[in-house]
Design a protein around this ligand. Structure first.
Ligand SMILES: *Cc1c(COP(=O)(O)O)cnc(C)c1O
Length: 223
């Protein structure tokens, strides 16, 4: 085993100690042999951003891995992951929800998702606006998707060195999650998870209440 992977994991766990944040190793672009180093260190959850890559890796890796999709998902690819995906972090539209509902129903299961909220300054990053989500919720959104389990929110902060800007964006997302978690109206709408923070900003995300930090390069090195 590459001792650097193990050392990196230990250092991150130490930084997350005494917080509510758990580490989700992001294995995109890294080969199975490297991911197995984290598996052997006890990790069972891995995040990938491409459907094709998840499917290829899944076929070569132990069956007890819980695969998380963290990247933008095209509607026509949902069918390839619908029978096994553990959590989709990046649900950014009602159209995508409709397809997830259809495929989950076909497989007679509920698919867990996070709603991706647009918190960054960059327009290129996708996600719902907070206001849009509020209206969707008030209009009974979750009840239209009985095979979808809404487990929380996900966000990506602006890519910047300005950590106060990043903190403000994460805080806004945490407040939205808190607001939504007071809604008890829908049995399939339970705002428990807050997926925020990557290698460059996980410390701030942790301080702002992240429950899942998605980290790749800090564990496996540069891509
Ligand atoms: C790649 C990726 C990450 C992890 O990024 P690192 O900088 O390697 O930690 C987190 N979230 C998403 C959505 C990603 O695509």
């Amino acid at each position: 085993m590459s001792s650097s992977t193990k050392k990196n994991l230990e250092a991150i766990e130490k930084a997350l100690e005494c917080s509510a944040s758990r580490l989700l190793p992001v294995s995109k672009t890294f080969p199975v042999s490297r991911i197995m180093e984290a598996y052997e260190a006890g990790y069972r959850d891995f995040g990938e951003n491409r459907v094709q890559e998840i499917i290829e890796k899944k076929a070569q890796m132990p069956e007890d891995i819980r695969w998380h999709l963290i990247g933008q998902l095209q509607t026509n690819k949902v069918k390839y992951v619908a029978d096994f995906i553990f959590l989709i972090h990046s649900v950014d539209s009602e159209k995508l929800l409709a397809e997830i509902e259809k495929q989950a129903s076909k497989h007679e299961r509920q698919i867990s998702v996070l709603l991706q909220v647009h918190i960054a300054e960059e327009e290129t990053k996708s996600g719902w606006d907070a206001g849009e989500l509020r209206s969707w919720l008030a209009a009974g959104g979750p009840s239209r998707f009985p095979h979808v389990l809404f487990k929380g929110l996900m966000g990506m902060a602006t890519n910047t060195d300005d950590m106060e800007l990043v903190r403000g964006e994460f805080r806004g997302l945490a407040n939205l999650k808190k607001e939504f978690s007071e809604n008890q109206e829908y049995p399939n709408f339970k705002m428990e998870e807050l997926s925020m923070g990557m290698s460059s900003d996980f410390q701030v995300a942790m301080e702002e209440g992240s429950t899942m930090v998605r980290m790749g390069s800090a564990i496996f090195g540069g891509r």
